[in-house]
Design a protein around this ligand. Structure first.
Ligand SMILES: Nc1ncnc2c1ncn2[C@@H]1O[C@H](COP(=O)(O)OP(=O)(O)OP(=O)(O)O)[C@@H](O)[C@H]1O
Length: 422
């Protein structure tokens, strides 16, 4: 631990200097004693989880690490927390570090929650008096009731997370390092954790965390580091780095999906779940997007084209779409009833256009229906058989399945007074 003022005068809490981390992995397993004798000891190969990573976390800021699975985020957190040592390079802290990494790490399974609070406190270098002072607050926040006197080995993963978080944040950290662990708690607990993190942040605690929730990273972090295969791809203000990461992920996904589409042009349409009399037959659903990659993106322009074949003349049919989250209830069901389509015969298509797609990122199921104008006669109906992948948009992150197009307006008593005196 040392005081760290950068050459430009910034007050630095954690410095990661040219850090690389190598793990040694066994090439194969020897499953029996005989194999061990016959083939000798296992051979190993080196795996570099991090390569030449340089970054500085300024005191009092909230810092996020993002990147694909296995990109090295947790390894970097562990190096920052002093749990791993770098193979080369150095990590320096200026402040007391408290880390919440793997579930249950730092807990003794046979000891009660109560005893583990004292054990963890002393590992963090807290005098017993300080732990006594924080004890009731830790207990209250963890909300474990009578379980606090049971050995932690009987705890659920959510209970581990509650106790771990409560200890880590109440023992007066100067630098708090948190891995994705909070994801295991229930929604109420997560909300309290984030409120608490915001409070620590306002008190000037440096917070470093890993999350796959880009919305959370963008909301909470000042700066972000993006790792890819152990290398630092970008480091900078949260909004910019997350935006660049999202664009990269979207580009990769577009390439992947384009490949799928080339193999089977109607890949998105499974016709097994179909009913109707067949005078009009739905041939396919095309996604026509405004962006470069041709992908559906939240908040951006999108046209869904229903291609059809009318086997005999049909007067004024109604086309309908319904949108379902992958494992959820219908969220919208637009139809063309307000439009007179005339008599349809032969092949054609109907476009449903959105200036700003309100569906949030994820995999959606789309139903396509064609009925008469009273909806009683079904010509064709494909129930949740088309797939639509929506990518994260550039707008501010919002929870839930859809983006509502509302606006916010603030009025305060002070404003009202101001108005009156004008
Ligand atoms: N103790 C270890 N021994 C061997 N390899 C390891 C060890 N810890 C991590 N690795 C490897 O290092 C790479 C980076 O792992 P790490 O857990 O840091 O990634 P991550 O970005 O946190 O991934 P995720 O988003 O999936 O949690 C992975 O390939 C992982 O298998």
């Amino acid at each position: 631990m040392n005081d760290a003022l950068a050459t430009d005068g910034r007050d630095i809490a954690v410095t990661v200097d040219s850090v690389s981390k190598r793990f040694r992995l066994a090439n194969e397993r020897r499953t029996s004693l005989k194999e061990l004798f016959v083939r000798g000891r296992s051979s190993y190969h080196d795996f570099w989880a991090l390569r030449d990573v340089d970054l500085q976390v300024e005191r009092g800021t909230t810092y996020g690490l993002i990147g694909h699975n296995g990109s090295g985020k947790s390894t970097l957190l562990k190096l920052m927390a002093g749990i791993h040592r770098p193979t080369s390079g150095s990590v320096e802290h200026a402040g007391r570090v408290s880390a919440l990494l793997e579930l249950g790490a730092g807990f003794h399974p046979e000891l009660s929650g109560r005893d583990n609070i004292y054990l963890n406190g002393s590992i963090l270098g807290m005098p017993k008096k300080k732990i006594d002072e924080a004890f009731d607050r830790i207990l209250e926040f963890a909300g474990l009731g009578d379980f606090i006197d049971s050995p932690v080995k009987v705890y659920s993963s959510g209970m581990y997370a509650r106790l771990g978080f409560s200890i880590a944040v109440h023992l007066d950290p100067e630098i708090l390092i948190v891995d994705e662990i909070l994801a295991v708690g229930d929604e109420d607990f997560q909300r309290r954790c984030f409120d608490y993190l915001a409070e620590l942040r306002s008190r000037g605690v440096t917070i470093i965390f890993v999350s796959h929730s880009l919305a959370l990273v963008q909301t909470m972090c000042d700066r972000v580091a993006w790792l890819d295969h152990g290398r630092l791809v970008a480091e900078g203000p949260a909004i910019e780095v997350v935006d660049a990461y999202v664009r990269d992920v979207n580009k990769r996904e577009s390439t992947r999906l384009e490949r799928t589409h080339t193999v089977t042009p109607d890949a998105g349409l499974d016709t097994s779940n179909r009913k109707g009399t067949g005078e009009i037959e739905v041939l396919g659903l095309d996604v026509i997007a405004g962006d470069d990659g041709g992908m559906a993106v939240t908040g951006e322009e999108l046209t869904l084209r229903v291609r059809f074949r009318a086997h005999s003349p049909v007067e004024n049919p109604v086309f309908a779409l319904a949108f379902y989250p992958e494992h959820g209830q219908k969220v919208a069901g637009p139809n063309s009833v307000s439009m007179d389509l005339g008599v349809l015969e032969g092949d054609g298509h109907v476009d449903y256009h959105l200036d700003r797609l309100p569906l949030q990122h994820g995999h959606w199921k789309v139903s396509i229906g064609v009925t008469d104008s009273t909806y009683t006669h079904i010509y064709d109906h494909l129930d949740r058989t088309a797939s639509l992948t929506v990518q994260t948009g550039r707008g501010p992150a919002q929870g839930g399945d859809v983006v509502l197009p509302g606006t916010w307006r603030l009025s305060t008593v002070a404003d009202a007074t101001l108005e009156e005196t004008r």
